[in-house]
Structure formats: structure tokens, C-alpha cells
Design a protein around this ligand. Sequence first.
Ligand SMILES: Nc1ncnc2c1ncn2[C@@H]1O[C@H](COP(=O)(O)OP(=O)(O)O)[C@@H](O)[C@H]1O
Ligand SMILES: [Mg+2]
Length: 253
Amino acid sequence: MAEVTHSTSTPVVELVGVNKHFGELHVLRDIDLTVSKGEVLVVVGPSGSGKSTMCRAINRLEPIDSGTIRVDGVPLPEEGRPLARLRSDVGMVFQSFNLFAHRSVLDNVTLGPVKVRKVKKAEAKDEAMELLSRVGVQDQADKLPAQLSGGQQQRVAIARALAMHPKVMLFDEPTSALDPEMVGEVLDVMVSLARDGMTMVVVTHEMGFARKAGDRVVFMADGQLVEQATPDEFFTHPQSTRAQDFLSKILSH
Ligand SMILES: Nc1ncnc2c1ncn2[C@@H]1O[C@H](COP(=O)(O)OP(=O)(O)O)[C@@H](O)[C@H]1O
Ligand SMILES: [Mg+2]
């Protein structure tokens, strides 16, 4: 996973001096962050620290006030067709699965490639079936999302994002809305993606995942990146008081 070329290759995602406010609230403060090709970056931090906003900014679902965000070396376009293309380079999986409720599982996976990437329907269907079997839900292709369990729906959401051939996948607390017995099946899919070399930014407090698949952990608090380390270093020897305090809370449960 960790490539020797990390330091010399173009970062897949690059944030330089990124700031964002919601009214009075300074939600992202001078964020500098790079994610290298094939890297799995785990983002942790207390609720309200700006993790979701940062993910949404990378996909330009949230505009920023200042600074630069580049994906594969290209600054985020303002709008229109270049923005749609950029969005397809950045796959996003949210806490709530966000599937199209009135379309079949198969349609959910083929719609993006057919509409945005102009892939032929038959071809999109073949690839969708491959992706659905990769995430283990090929038998559910003709069902509606509501007929699936939460874990299955989240795996469909991952397949749907992969169908766009993204350069990076963003996961925003992908398992936190799931019943406990379904967390493992989603994390397993994410671990296998990581092993296949996918570049990933993962907001999660699942320490097992971080240790198994993460190359680096960044700790975010009050809109700032406070500290970063390898998963092992971070979870065993957090440096800042904020991180120590945060870990003592999540570990005491
Ligand atoms: N659309 C919005 N308008 C106003 N405030 C927002 C909006 N989205 C998020 N916030 C606020 O920004 C802060 C960071 O939120 P968020 O990025 O969701 O944090 P996290 O994902 O770390 O919990 C929170 O205080 C939240 O209430
Ligand atoms: Mg969040």
C-alpha cells in the first residue's frame, strides 16, 4: 500500500490553506493536507470538528472561502461540465446511503456511468454486476434499496461510487448508521479496496479498520488538523491533549 514514490508523485488530493466559515463559525481553519496515490488516510475527531465539511469541500459540495483544493493536480472547477467530471473523479460514500429509493440496485449503479460517463447501457450493466459481486450483493440487483439491509445498501453505495472509476474515494462515517452486526461486512469491503490500491479518505472511529488498512491518521478538532501519525502511533501515543482526551472518551466505551 505505501508506495516508495509517495513524495515525488502528484498528490491525488491536495488542500492548501483552506478556510471555510458558516456565518460566524470558522469551520475549516488553514487546512493543509495531501493524500498520495494509493494512500489510505483516516480522519478522526470529535463531532462538529469539521470532518464532514472537509470531505464535502473536496467534492465541492461545499464551496470554500479561501485556499486551494486540487484533485489529481487540477484545481476544483467552479461549476458546469468540468465540475461534473471532477465529481465523478471523487467517489463519495455517506453515513446515510443516499441511494435512489425508487430505482433498482442495478439502476443505482448504472445511472452515473450512463448519464455522466456516457457508457453504453449493456456495458454499464456488465460492469455493475461485476461491482455488485465484488461487494457481495449480486443477488440483490433487481431489488429496491429498501428491500436490502443497511449493510447491503451501504455496499451498493460503494459499488455505485466505484462504477464512476474515481481517483479517490471519500467515506464519511460509512458504518455509523449501521446495526453493529453489519459494520464488519462494510469494513471488509473497504479493507479489500485499500488492499487493491484505492486512494481513500475515511472519516471513521473504527480503530480496527484504521490499524488494518490505514497508512496515516489525522486528528481534527475545531476545524484544524491538530496532529497526524501512523495509526499505531496515534492510537497508542497521541501527542496533543485534545487527541488524548478524545481517545480516552471513545476507548472507554
Ligand atoms: N450547512 C451548515 N450550515 C451551518 N453550520 C453548519 C453546516 N454544516 C455544518 N455546520 C457546522 O459546522 C461544524 C462542523 O460540522 P461537520 O463538518 O459536520 O463536523 P463533523 O463531521 O466533524 O461532525 C458544526 O458546528 C456544524 O454544526
Ligand atoms: Mg460528520
